[in-house]
Design a binder for this molecule. Sequence first.
Ligand SMILES: Cc1cc2nc3c(=O)[nH]c(=O)nc-3n(C[C@H](O)[C@H](O)[C@H](O)COP(=O)(O)OP(=O)(O)OC[C@H]3O[C@@H](n4cnc5c(N)ncnc54)[C@H](O)[C@@H]3O)c2cc1C
Length: 486
Amino acid sequence: MVRQPPSIDAETLTKQLEALGIPIIKHANPWNNLFKGKQASALPEPLVIAAPVDEHQVSSAVKVALQHGLRVGVKTGGHHYGCCWSETSSLLLDVGALKHLHLDGTTARIGPGVTAAILYDALDGTGLHFPGPHLSSVACGGFIAGGGNGFGTPLFGAGDWAMEDHAYNSKARSLTLCSHNKYTACDCLICVRIVDGRTGDILTVTLETHPDLWFAMRGAGGFFGVIVEFTIALFQVPANLPSSLAVFAISGSNPPPGGPAAGPTAIVTALEAWARRMPTLPAAIECNAVLCGGGPALDPCLVIASNAFAEANADMTAALVECKDMVPGHAPMVWDPEAVPYRKAMQAIDPTYEFPGVCCYGGVLCFSPAVLTSDVLRVVVDAYMHRTSRRSVVLFAPGFPKTDAPCAAGYRVGCVIIGTYAMWSRTDAGGLADGDQEHIAWADALIAKVCVLRGATYSWLLWVVHIFVPLSLLPSAEAAGRVSVC
Ligand SMILES: Cc1cc2nc3c(=O)[nH]c(=O)nc-3n(C[C@H](O)[C@H](O)[C@H](O)COP(=O)(O)OP(=O)(O)OC[C@H]3O[C@@H](n4cnc5c(N)ncnc54)[C@H](O)[C@@H]3O)c2cc1C
């Protein structure tokens, strides 16, 4: 379809929005520095970027856009790796300033701009938890709208809780219920306030009031309107989370204190063991295996890290201890089983992603754990050993358990996730000198090799909007008609 050019120029649009008191900003400021600096990959340029400060300003801005036939992009934290919110000749609404947070017993009302750091700070000491983003700077806006896979998903992950049966009842929610019934971030929603992309009106969306929008908000929020507030459910967790961390050297110039480095073959065996064990772990344990750089020289390591979101019991403690023995014949160079204070546990992943000039390119593949055989894992480990940047990471994580729940997060297929992230720094020298093309080619090649070896059940590359919205799954034609937001 050929899109009509907008019937308004940037200057006039800016004046109209400013007359409504809506702040205008110059730069979208994406998290991914791949899009910043000399010879960087270019982002499509919106016509105007506005930064409304409350839901009324969001509503007014959408109404102005509708009046002029403008498409609207929505950005909150800007962490989408491919910056899918940026579109040529659109009005981009940056709603990162909507950061209010009100705790109310075992629920909370939060603005989309509330980051994981803000949320976990507020929950620290309350004994309550929301399965929010793994990284402190990710905002809840895009995370929940996209069906986020966060801290505690194996326990609070996808499933068939009463909410799916149209009967959310906050009194019924208890730790006992949680342990039998699972959530993703989008399953933990009680209601969502949105500015409707079709009319600009502010709606309070629940299953009962707007079943089609409710379906869409849980995994495909960004396509249907601008989310201005979530009401989320919170879950009881211990003040200190039972945890374990095992770090194995794969190779390196300095022999690790635990003995000689394990070498790629033992690491393949360990990852096979992880894939076999992971689906049978106690539900409260979230166990990730990560190929990443460790120590000051970022030498290649395998990190097996687990957090448990319930009080320790004998099964759980035994499962956490298993991390130490996953690499046959090799002791970990770091072995740290401990109960980690809630706030500290929620910061564990930050150092991997927070370094100056962070650039990221890659993609995520979802598999049944059964297909992670030694031939597939050998390809991944070998490719990792030939990575183009010492900061690059390959993540093996539990995905959502299988669900038939009606929601737009289309990848909930009972899977493990392999995330291939080429990561490197943007320097003043620019994209050519920083090796952008080499890093991108490395990630593409690894993903392609694994796809050829074993068909992924679902994959998304970072250039592609990773929120998967099969329109055929939407419950009504009316809902499909709402796709007015880019
Ligand atoms: C370092 C890093 C770590 C990450 N870790 C995790 C993780 O552990 N688990 C996980 O699931 N994801 C993770 N992500 C992915 C992240 O959750 C998504 O990119 C998410 O969309 C980011 O939220 P955001 O508000 O920053 O999104 P943005 O980049 O601002 O937006 C992303 C998408 O959401 C839409 N959107 C954003 N805000 C709104 C809104 N208010 N209303 C409607 N639509 C909106 C946008 O239009 C766009 O389509 C990570 C990303 C990074 C960069």
